[in-house]
Design a protein around this ligand. Structure first.
Ligand code: DX5
Ligand code: ZN
Length: 260
């Protein structure tokens, strides 16, 4: 891959300016499925389903279609069965991307690699609750490097896992499939889980956005947005489509239909 420059400061504020982050709780979707103001939902196409030989083109396409950020899935063959991309690929993409790149670490001992991904240009870094022993320390470390810190929960991990960290995270990622592969089927129970996460965050006084990842498409987006999701990751629904730009716009429209 080509050498590349670091992400700009502008790229590093994605979640800070993200859907609902910092907004009054009254403006945000409620745990009971309350209305969310239109236009606040962020779309994060996942490169996992793109052609790995043309990742730069995939990023430019996402920009043209109005995506809000690029979702970059890192897998190590241990925490999940699959292996994907590392810091050198991220570094090359930051040279062609004007969008912030959201790094989802599906790896064991993510604390060992956070620095390398931030150095390569990550705007935000998500670590899995299930992969970390000293979660509070890792979250603080990510934030100390000047990027946003997110915590991801696998489908079987209870919402209560967030209780002691909710006040520290910049966003929460609720996995709506089991991590490891693109193109899997959305787990319907995720809607009630997102409502429960929203309720927990509210109780903790946090307006952190909720990101959802896995099986998100025009059919599943309205329900999960109504439940309180702010950021929609979509891989197969975008890059598995014959017309990915249109797929991004369709996904935004579907998300908007939940708030109309
Ligand atoms: C799955 C990854 C996802 C994946 C989602 O483990 O974390 O980001 O790309 O893909 P789709 O949208 O195809 O389910
Ligand atoms: Zn992901």
């Amino acid at each position: 891959m080509r050498p590349a420059g670091r992400a700009s400061a502008r790229q590093r504020v994605s979640h800070a300016n993200g859907a609902g982050h910092g907004a009054p709780a009254s403006e945000r979707a409620g745990g009971s499925g309350g209305a969310k103001p239109p236009g606040r939902i962020k779309i994060a196409p996942s490169l996992l389903s793109a052609d790995f030989a043309r990742l730069g083109d995939a990023v430019r396409l996402a920009e043209r279609a109005g995506a809000d950020m690029i979702h970059f899935d890192v897998m190590d063959g241990h925490f999940v069965p699959n292996i994907t991309m590392g810091p050198p690929v991220l570094k090359s993409l930051t040279r062609v991307s004007r969008l912030p790149i959201d790094v989802h670490l599906m790896i064991e001992s993510p604390d060992r690699y956070v620095g390398a991904f931030v150095e390569a240009g990550a705007a935000s870094v998500t670590v899995h609750f299930e992969a970390v022993v000293h979660l509070h320390r890792v979250v603080q470390f990510v934030k100390s490097l000047g990027v946003k810190a997110g915590v991801a929960l696998n489908p079987a991990t209870p919402v209560a896992a967030l209780e002691q960290i909710a006040g520290d995270v910049d966003y929460v990622l609720v996995m709506t499939v089991n991590p490891g592969f693109g193109g899997q089927t959305f787990i319907p129970r995720s809607e009630s889980k997102v409502r429960a996460v929203r309720d927990l965050l509210r109780r903790e006084g946090s307006a952190a956005p909720i990101e959802v990842d896995g099986g998100i498409d025009v059919r599943t987006a309205p329900g999960i947005v109504a439940a309180g999701a702010d950021i929609l990751v979509a891989g197969h629904a975008v890059f598995g489509s014959a017309d990915p730009e249109r797929a991004i716009r369709d996904l935004r429209a579907a998300a908007g239909s939940a708030v109309a």
